[in-house]
Every structure is written in structure tokens, then in C-alpha cells.
Design a protein around this ligand. Structure first.
Ligand SMILES: Nc1ncnc2c1ncn2[C@@H]1O[C@H](COP(=O)(O)OP(=O)(O)OP(=O)(O)O)[C@@H](O)[C@H]1O
Length: 566
């Protein structure tokens, strides 16, 4: 048998530390990750199950029965003992054996982080460049040559001298993948690495990871201090959303599928055969069949909700928006497209009032809700625009003890702090939580699943979920709650900027059903029977746009310019 990096025998069960009650996972088949040869693992299946398996690989849980010596990680943790540099008292630390990259993690402190900082004058502490980040935050520090090589491969070389905070979300993601590679770990675990990346970037990064996997990209010597002869291949483990075969990278050789907390390892061929036999996996959305609502063609009899005319934004010589014009009328649905760094978030930040220049632009260039932007107080904007984005996800405070229901309720005023809720508002929030109750109960950390609470009434479970601390939900469900926060007030303008990022497929499928229901109800309650809510969706995945193809409109940006409006 090949030397193993990870070796978990069949029938192993995984428990949270200090809790012997219910196992988190059970291995139906052995999971064996070899140290050499061709191998890359994709973890597929339910979002929570995938997360548990990743945590298991990171040694966060306890195994039963205790694996025979030398344990689950026969090789990874024994590798490269600390070495003395000859002739010096310095001790060279080997690079970490396992490195984990996740893209849906909130800020570590739980405090509110000001995601608008990147738009304004940069503070001194925000001026650290990407290059400095690579040099100063990785240990051992990568060589300059290694930074150049990896940056080139990931096409971020032009960003090396930019302050970190200035990077767009796709650029940040590429940079974090670059950092993961530069750290030169034995095993690199990437969770949903392709979400939030434009099509081109996805292809490039998939290709780059494939090249790393096959050894075609030579990462040897990327880190100073790796003892000679100890350079190694990097094992890739990808946790991927969806259980189909579309989007499965070519170089993946094995699959760990997690269903109902049972882990099964298959070769890629076995897995692909199985999926093909069943037909492409369909998502079953219990009791919530989609009933797409036809879009009303508003004949523009009403004033636009957003009127941007010839707006340009530049930082020094870098033009981020270049003469952009865009009118959004009530009831219109727009898919805002453009590759990473093309200016989408910057354009939305002007509309949302997050960008300092939102207020100071020439009066004729930006009108919102039929008024020049300058005549609208920012709190009014916050009330009228529902907004969900990866930036809000990262910034929303986790340390203030807000409950799930309270977080959804902050959407009425678009704030980040507790507010008093009326009885009517509470009922509305509960009606939004209800279709997701089974997911929310199952996802709560260390709490019983809905299956074991059959005696509880829906009402009492609902109240319980409403009052549960937001931070006790896993990231997937925090993203769901922030989506509900965006729609709770039925705002005149709804901006869903990569809102599905971090959610698993079933959760997002249910969100889409909920949106259909919302739009039907808004139309039913309106005087003219027309859904007047304008919606802007930013997504690099066409299939994630929550309306039928051809029903909405498209605005596409390229390097800050509008290149398509249809
Ligand atoms: N202070 C700054 N100095 C220089 N360039 C900046 C600054 N702030 C932002 N940028 C650049 O502005 C461009 C637009 O960023 P923006 O976040 O709007 O892109 P995006 O289209 O939303 O990308 P993504 O799809 O990755 O989210 C990026 O190339 C970014 O690097």
C-alpha cells in the first residue's frame, strides 16, 4: 500500500470533542489519501456534512474507535521535524502540513468590520500591499521568485502593489489561493474555491490547481527553510457544492460523498457512473415547488428607481468606472455581469450609499427613487434597498448576541444592530424562517435535529430558532439569514450581490422558491397588481440567477465600461 497522508478505516465514527452523544460522521468505506502518485479528492454532498468532513481532516474532532498507531495522519504530522540551521541558533519551522482555505468565514473577532473602508481614503494600517501580505504573513516567508511565479500563474501580478483592501472579492480569492500555494503545505484543502469567480478565472484556477496537482507547476523551493530533499507534492482536497458531475475538475481522482452524515469514498469513475445512472441529480425541494412569476413589462410609465448618468470613478490613474449610465425601473430585473475587478461592486456601492463619492458626485449623475442622491439621507436609502453580499456576510457582527430573528429584523432599517420589532414584523420574520425550519434546526451546532424533536410543535421550534444566537448557526445558514434580512421589508430595490455564496444548493433552491412567492405576493398586494420591486443580481453563474433565462435584463461591465445593456 502507498504511504498514507490520511488513513481512516471503515466504520470509524467521528464525535465532537467532549460529547459522546451523536456521531457527526460515520465512514462507510475507508478514506485513504496517499502521499504520492496521482490523487486529488473532491468532497461532495450536503453542505453541513462536507463541513464536518473538512473539520475532521483538520483534527477538530475525535475518532472512535481510536485508530491503530500511527493514527489517522500517519505521515502528515510527523513530517519534517524542526531543524537547526547549521551555525546558528535559529530553528527552522517546517511549513504547516495541512492548510485550509475557506471563503465563507466571517471575521475572526466577531466585531463589525467596515467593508466600505476600501472605497475611501485609506488608513495607514490599510495600506499593506498584497506583496507585503505574502512576505510578512506566511511562515516561512516565500521567496520573491516564488511570489512572482505563483502570482503570474494566478494572474495577480498586476495587483501585487495594491493595498489589500482595494482588491475586489474575486481578486481577494485568487490572492488567498496564491497564499495557500505559497505556504507549500502537504495537503491543501479548499472549500468552494470557485464560487464568486468569473468563468475565465474559474477555468484558469482549475487549470492552475490541476497543474499543481500533476506536478507540472514546480512549487519546490517556494518557501525558504524547507530542508533539501524534503520538498514534496501537494495533495489537493476540494470541497465542492453540488453532487452532479458538472464542474468536477478533470484531475480529481476520488470522491468522498457525504449524505446523511455517512461518508463514502469512491473512485471518480464509480461516482460518475452512479450519477449518470440516476440521471443528473435533481434537487428535491420539499413542499415548495417553484412557480415562476412572469415579469411585468413596466412601460416605464413610472420614474426610475436608479438613474446613473455618465459616472466615472478613479483611484489615481486607475479608472474603476468609466462613463457608466444605467436606469433601473420599478419591477425590472437586472443581471449585473462582468469579470472579477470589472467594477460591479463599486457601481453598487454608489447606489447603496457606501461609497464616499455617492454623496459628492455631480447632482445630475446619480438619482435614486426620483431624487438626486444628495437629497436623500443615507438611513432612508438603507430602508428602501435590501442588500445581501459577501461583504455584508463578512462584516455582520457575531459578537453582539443578536438572535436569528433579530438579525433578519435588522433588514427593516438596513442596520447592523438590535432594534425593537412590532408584532406584525415578528410575524413576518417567522413566515420567512418557516420554509427553512428543518435546515435551521439541523444546522444548529450541538443541538438535536428536527427528527428527534417530533413532539415539538412547529410554532415552538420556530420560536426557538427565532431566539437562537445568530453566531450559533453554521456559515451556510448565516448566509441564509442574511438573505432573509435583505428581503424582509419588501424593499423597492433588492440587490443580491453573490447572495448564494456560502449557501449549499438546496438552501439556495429554496430561496429561489421563496423569491417567486414574494414577487407573487407583492404583485397581489399592489394596487395595479404589478410587482414593482426592482431587483439586481450579481452572479458569475447564470444558473443562479433567480428568474428564467430571457426574463430579465443584462448590464455587463468590462474594465469599468458598460459593454452590454440589453
Ligand atoms: N483604492 C484603490 N486603488 C486602486 N484600485 C482599486 C482601489 N479600490 C478598488 N480598486 C480596483 O477597482 C476594481 C473594481 O473593483 P470591484 O470590487 O468593483 O470589482 P467587481 O467587479 O465587483 O469584482 P468581483 O467580481 O471580484 O467582486 C478592482 O480592479 C480593484 O482592484
Amino acid at each position: 500500500m502507498k504511504r498514507a497522508l490520511v488513513s481512516i478505516p471503515a466504520a470509524t465514527r467521528v464525535f465532537p470533542r467532549g460529547n459522546a452523544a451523536a456521531p457527526l460522521l460515520r465512514f462507510r468505506t475507508p478514506l485513504h489519501i496517499p502521499d504520492d502518485g496521482e490523487y486529488a479528492l473532491a468532497i461532495v454532498g450536503e453542505g453541513e456534512g462536507r463541513r464536518r468532513l473538512v473539520q475532521t481532516l483538520l483534527s477538530k474532532h475525535r475518532f472512535h474507535p481510536h485508530p491503530p498507531a500511527p493514527g489517522i495522519f500517519p505521515y502528515a504530522f510527523n513530517w519534517a521535524p524542526r531543524e537547526h540551521v547549521p551555525g546558528s541558533s535559529e530553528v527552522v519551522q517546517p511549513p504547516p502540513s495541512i492548510r485550509h482555505l475557506t471563503f465563507s468565514k466571517p471575521s475572526a473577532t466577531g466585531e463589525f468590520t467596515d467593508f466600505t473602508a476600501r472605497y475611501g481614503a485609506l488608513q495607514e494600517e490599510d495600506r499593506d500591499t498584497l506583496f507585503q501580505f505574502f512576505r510578512e504573513s506566511l511562515f516561512p516567508a516565500p521567496t520573491e521568485d516564488a511570489i512572482t511565479a505563483v502570482s503570474h500563474a494566478l494572474r495577480i501580478q498586476h495587483l501585487l502593489n495594491l493595498p489589500l483592501v482595494a482588491l475586489s472579492s474575486g481578486q481577494t480569492r485568487r490572492s488567498r489561493i496564491a497564499a495557500g500555494l505559497l505556504a507549500s503545505p502537504r495537503m491543501l484543502i479548499l472549500e468552494d474555491p470557485f464560487a464568486g469567480l468569473d468563468v475565465q478565472s474559474r477555468r484558469e484556477i482549475a487549470g492552475m490547481l490541476g497543474a499543481v496537482n500533476s506536478g507540472a507547476v514546480d512549487l519546490k523551493g517556494t518557501s525558504q527553510g524547507v530542508p533539501d530533499g524534503q520538498e514534496h507534492a501537494m495533495r489537493l482536497v476540494l470541497s465542492l457544492r453540488g453532487t452532479g458531475i458538472i464542474g468536477l475538475p478533470e484531475y480529481v481522482t476520488h470522491i468522498a460523498r457525504v449524505i446523511d452524515n455517512e461518508v463514502e469514498t469512491l473512485s471518480k469513475e464509480e461516482y460518475v457512473d452512479g450519477v449518470e445512472r440516476q440521471g443528473e441529480t435533481q434537487h428535491v425541494v420539499p413542499d415548495m415547488a417553484r412557480q415562476p412569476v412572469a415579469v411585468q413589462d413596466s412601460q416605464h410609465s413610472t420614474d426610475p428607481v436608479v438613474d446613473v448618468q455618465g459616472v466615472s470613478i478613479a483611484y489615481g490613474d486607475a479608472k474603476v468606472l468609466d462613463d457608466v449610465s444605467w436606469r433601473i425601473h420599478p419591477g425590472e430585473r437586472w443581471h449585473l455581469q462582468g469579470s472579477n475587478g470589472s467594477g460591479k461592486t463599486t457601481l453598487l456601492s454608489l447606489i447603496l450609499g457606501h461609497h464616499p463619492q455617492s454623496f459628492s458626485l455631480p447632482i445630475s449623475t446619480l438619482s435614486l427613487f426620483s431624487k438626486p442622491r444628495r437629497e436623500i439621507a443615507t438611513p432612508t436609502l438603507r430602508r428602501r434597498i435590501g442588500h445581501a453580499s459577501p461583504e455584508i456576510f463578512a462584516a455582520f457582527p457575531r459578537s453582539m448576541g443578536l438572535s436569528a430573528g433579530e438579525v433578519v429584523g435588522t433588514g427593516y432599517e438596513g442596520v447592523f444592530s438590535r432594534r425593537r420589532m412590532s408584532e406584525e414584523q415578528r410575524t413576518r420574520i417567522e413566515s420567512l424562517l418557516e420554509p427553512f425550519l428543518d435546515l435551521l434546526v439541523a444546522g444548529k451546532r450541538g443541538k438535536p435535529s428536527l427528527k428527534s424533536t417530533t413532539t415539538a410543535t412547529t410554532k415552538s421550534i420556530l420560536e426557538h430558532i427565532y431566539d437562537t444566537d445568530f453566531s450559533h448557526f453554521p456559515p451556510n445558514q448565516q448566509a441564509l439569514l442574511l438573505f432573509l434580512r435583505a428581503i424582509v421589508s419588501r424593499p423597492s430595490l433588492l440587490i443580491l450581490d453573490e447572495a448564494s455564496q456560502g449557501m449549499d444548493e438546496e438552501t439556495w433552491a429554496r430561496c429561489r422558491v421563496l423569491l417567486d412567492r414574494e414577487w407573487a405576493e407583492i404583485a397581489r398586494d399592489a394596487k395595479e397588481g404589478i410587482n414593482e420591486q426592482a431587483v439586481v443580481v450579481v452572479s458569475h453563474w447564470e444558473e443562479e440567477v433567480p428568474w428564467e433565462k430571457g426574463q430579465g435584463r443584462i448590464l455587463r461591465l468590462h474594465e469599468g465600461k458598460v459593454v452590454l445593456k440589453e
